[in-house]
Design a protein. Sequence first.
Length: 429
Amino acid sequence: MEPATRRERTTAVPDAVNTEAVLSVVGVGSARSRAAVARRLGLSRTTISTIVGKLMSLGLVAEKSARRKGRGRPGIDLDLDDSRWRALGAEYHSGRWSFVATDLKGAIVRSETLGVDGADPDAFLDSLVSGLRGFIAGIPEGILPAVGIGAPGLVDCDRGIIVRADDLCWKSVAVGEAVEKALGLEALLINRNRASGLAEARFGAGRGVHSLVYIGIGTGISAAFINDGVLMNGSSYSAGEIGHVVMDTSGPVCGCGKRGCLQVYSSGSAMGARAAARIDSGRVSSLAAQLSPAVGRSSSARRDSRIAGEAVCLAAAAGDELALECVAEAAHFLGLGAANIITSLNPDKVVIGGPIGLVDGPLVDLIREEAARWAMPDAFEVVTIERGQLGDYVGALGAACRVLDNKLQLALAATSGETGFATPRPGVI
């Protein structure tokens, strides 16, 4: 088949597709001037000018400072407009919400954290709604009428539901419905670790990486598989649920009902429980100070306060022998899991993150050593394993990416008043 001519391509592609293409090209900076965008997409300059005018009226694209080449009239560069719209992202981890507002390029312009009083779904949802309401009130710019939400567990992105979060013993939590009813914002749900993986792929340790695997470790464990910036979701949005990969069929029972899942050996909760049990058996550790005797029991009774996985990692970094043992045991299974992923998917890079993975300690080095022991040599020789770069707001930033990916439709809906949600929103155009 002969290649389509410029006229044929222009008339054959729907305007909405052309508009998305122009916005994408300008956004990634692969073409700046109108003429360069026209050449890049094979569209006429008239079509490009019409589309750019529409995008400028929506506040999505702006003209930047003129640049001069040769003796002709200076060219005017195009770029995403960073002044009008803000994208919202939220993520729940370790008993607190993180909120961010970004410009259209994904730069965080406002951030906030909120502790949650309670570990049940009602407290989770109430704090999300009240936290977002207060956060939005402090943003003077227009807000795209949606919020990306990084949630724990297996998430149904279409229905906005946490299907199950075994580390928290939650099932069927209707996050999207709660947010949409209370705030009138479209809720774009995503698993919190897959959100973090998206952020690292676009702005952090995975930037420019062709094939990336992100492993998030917290009270649970899950991964993001990303190729050329595209997240693999799977048929039921469960791609990456490596916390429930079985490591030992005779192992401890997991919250999912199976035995020997990676999560029961290597999550932050597993590290904390392992440390507490060994202290109760008489081992000496600096972590003992975090345990208190159970009320109403004898002085020789076992102590029942939990130790956070982050505390175990910090103690290991400080040289605590018991903590080092607990981290090493977790790293053994994490390294084995990473080795299987490296052998199966042959990625360019594995990024370790989540509240546990981001602690500056021996965990990542130990995972790398175990992965080297068990992965196929050819696959391991080409992979890099490193800690994430983006810090505490990585999940909220990744959740905001879901809003940024839909910015054209959201800006159109907001400026036309056809958002599909009846409740007015302060600060939302």
